[in-house]
Design a protein around this ligand. Structure first.
Ligand SMILES: [Zn+2]
Ligand SMILES: [Zn+2]
Length: 208
């Protein structure tokens, strides 16, 4: 996603100006929930974090794509791990259920010395599956907990924009959140512009 370096004018209304901060790097005012990213070299609206897997910031407009990446990765690796587990531990029982396999799983470099046959390839793919499965599980649980409270990573300890699970999902997946699981490219308009959060803050305060 292309990063636009638009300079936003701070609101004239003092009530609305609350929450805006001056970013000394961008040398301009930045709206609430935005944070400066040193890698992207700009302030990102509703910044969640800079993602090392996608090489960009996850924020207001691409949060849904990131969450869908985690969801699809989790579904894909759950399926392949289950499928490969049955293959390795059940159908190829004689080849894999032995002490050498345990050693190779603990230290994969032993595949070059203990046994150099092609069955190592299955083991290698299986290990990648399991790592992918565990990693996507941990990341999905971590990020799902945060978005279900209407927060981003920085706000996780004290979520201030919590509007209940349904509207919190809308903040990330858009108004047609129930369709986005099919594809994040489904048109689903976000309820906020990423700049003005006063109304959300007021409603969240009322709900407490
Ligand atoms: Zn900045
Ligand atoms: Zn970034």
């Amino acid at each position: 996603m292309e990063i636009s370096d638009e300079v936003l004018d701070p609101p004239a209304d003092t009530d609305e100006l609350e929450g805006w901060r001056f970013c000394s790097t961008c040398e301009s005012y930045a709206p609430p929930r935005s944070w400066h990213c040193v890698v992207c070299k700009t302030c990102i609206l509703k910044r969640d974090h800079h993602c090392m897997f996608t090489g960009c910031c996850i924020g207001h407009r691409n949060h849904r794509y990131f969450m869908m990446l985690l969801i699809y990765l989790f579904i894909g690796t759950t399926y392949t791990t289950a499928y490969n587990s049955v293959y390795i531990w059940w159908f190829r029982y004689n080849d894999f259920v032995n002490f050498t396999t345990i050693l190779k799983l603990i230290c994969p470099m032993l595949m070059f010395t203990l046994d150099t046959s092609a069955i190592n390839l299955f083991l290698l793919i299986y290990m990648l599956n399991v790592i992918g499965f565990l990693q996507s599980l941990v990341l999905l649980v971590y990020h799902w907990k945060i978005i279900s409270h209407g927060a981003v990573v920085y706000e996780r300890k004290a979520p201030k924009y919590n509007l209940g699970w349904k509207r919190n999902l809308e903040m990330v997946f858009g108004k047609r959140w129930y369709l986005v699981w099919l594809s994040p490219f489904v048109s689903s308009e976000l309820p906020n512009d990423g700049i003005h959060w006063e109304q959300v803050l007021k409603e969240s305060d009322k709900m407490k």
